[in-house]
Ligand binder design. Sequence first.
Ligand code: G3H
Ligand code: 13P
Ligand code: ZN
Length: 349
Amino acid sequence: MPLVSTRQLLDEAAKGGYGVGAFNVNDMEQIQAIMEAAKETNSPVIIQASRGARAFAQDNYLFHLILAANELYPEIPIAMHLDHGNSFETCKSAIELGYSSVMMDGSLKADGKTPATFEENVAVTKQVVDFAHARGVAVEGEIGVLGGIEDGHGAGGSGLDHVTDPDQAVEFAELTGVDSLAIAIGTSHGAYKFTKKPDGSVLKMDLLIAIHKRLPKTHLVMHGSSSVPKDLQDIINQYGGKLKETWGVPVEEIQLGIRNGVRKVNVDTDNRLAITGAIRKVLWETPEKFDPRDYMKPARAAMQKVVAQRMTQFGQAGHAGDYKAISIADMAKGYKDGSLSTKPLVAAR
Ligand code: G3H
Ligand code: 13P
Ligand code: ZN
């Protein structure tokens, strides 16, 4: 099966009423963990790489690992997605490499830190949409700004500083023609999202529902969706780590989002926690070990467990075989002839 566009994956998810986890990768073991979890749960897959991941692994290594996954699991639809592209050039380079999907995060300027104006966001996102759709590649845009900073990317501050305005979301979707829309509802990247179990004052699910009401057919994307489970925090701290007490996004809130238009759910931190906890445990309990396979195997297994759990909780489990992949070349034809509409359905306020 060729690499699949996230547009097809998310269109199918909308038909089936489920969400699809988008898991970040930086290395072979993380890709293996995701693919084994997908096989175990019979799930379609979105693998995503940030700019940091591309720099860490180098483009060719990372991309060819995805192609290997595609060869090894021909029954599983895989989308390869650029996470948080910061500029037209970054998105263009991913598309030219063969990514089937990109995120143009124009909510921030190209420095990845300073919030951009609405007009700047529209202009750069539209530029990416025109380039990507002509090549059959799907585009995710972002309106509103998430909190936190990951690997130098992010405006910092609280997730509530720049939440999405529903009217702007409508205007942005109309002006850009994005395939999916990331919104800011109080979440942030990383482990430190909330200081207690979040309620509606900090995690704005009512805002998400309001945006979905205005854009009932638009695929919404929830970033910063790690749940930061206490058991994963505890393993790290039990074996010498020093995480402060923290809360993530409860899975039931993500499921509420999925019932209200969320189709792509971004998860990175939970896997980072699972990997680190497993490695710490081995090194703590058996300090005489030095073969990386002794700790990378349990680390990979720990990530697989988290990913399989999320695939089941988001509802994508069981759906890998529902459809045949549309090639990226055929997606390009669909954008050109209008059969893949990019005009959002807008409901009155
Ligand atoms: O967007 C945030 C993801 O967790 C990727 O993080 O930029 O540190 O690779 P990163
Ligand atoms: P987390 O840090 O909550 O895992 O979010 C990941 C993300 O949004 C990647 O784009
Ligand atoms: Zn993100």
